[in-house]
Write a protein that binds this ligand. Structure first.
Ligand SMILES: [Zn+2]
Length: 141
């Protein structure tokens, strides 16, 4: 049998309310006392998970993060490729800095897109880790 963690009254599966993995009765749900209790509990579990559970191997990159990493690689390779294709032939052209501008522009664009996509992918991954660490599953009993 479960009890409300705030007022200790008896709870059934259907009457229990959950907030941050803490069971309450209908009366306590949303009350100031419950909010205070949840705050103290989550602060405790957060510091415990930070101390005992460093980022583990099962924290895999999400498909969107992987897609962004793929895009970053394509952008970088594309930039390098277009740079190489557009690179002027020194024997045919007069060597002016302007001659190299389009190819270098593509190279810089590729590098910038690479860092942008890579940063987005990494940022998304950290967001996922943060949301995962603040989520709790309800108890089994
Ligand atoms: Zn209660």
């Amino acid at each position: 049998m479960m009890n409300c963690e705030i007022c200790k009254c008896e709870l059934t599966e259907s009457s229990a309310r959950y907030e941050m993995n803490i069971a309450h009765c209908k009366n306590c749900f949303g009350s100031a006392q419950a909010k205070e209790y949840i705050l103290s509990k989550t602060a405790l579990s957060k510091s415990a998970s930070e101390a005992n559970l460093p980022i583990t191997a099962d924290d895999e990159y999400s498909p969107l993060s992987l897609l962004l990493f793929l895009l970053s690689a394509i952008a970088l390779l594309g930039g390098i490729f277009i740079c190489a294709v557009m690179w002027p032939d020194a024997t045919e052209h007069e060597l002016k800095i302007l001659t190299y501008t389009p190819s270098i522009t593509w190279l810089i664009t590729g590098v910038m897109q690479f860092s942008l996509y890579a940063a987005l992918g990494q940022g998304l991954h950290y967001l996922k880790l943060i949301s995962k660490s603040s989520k709790h599953t309800p108890p089994n009993n």
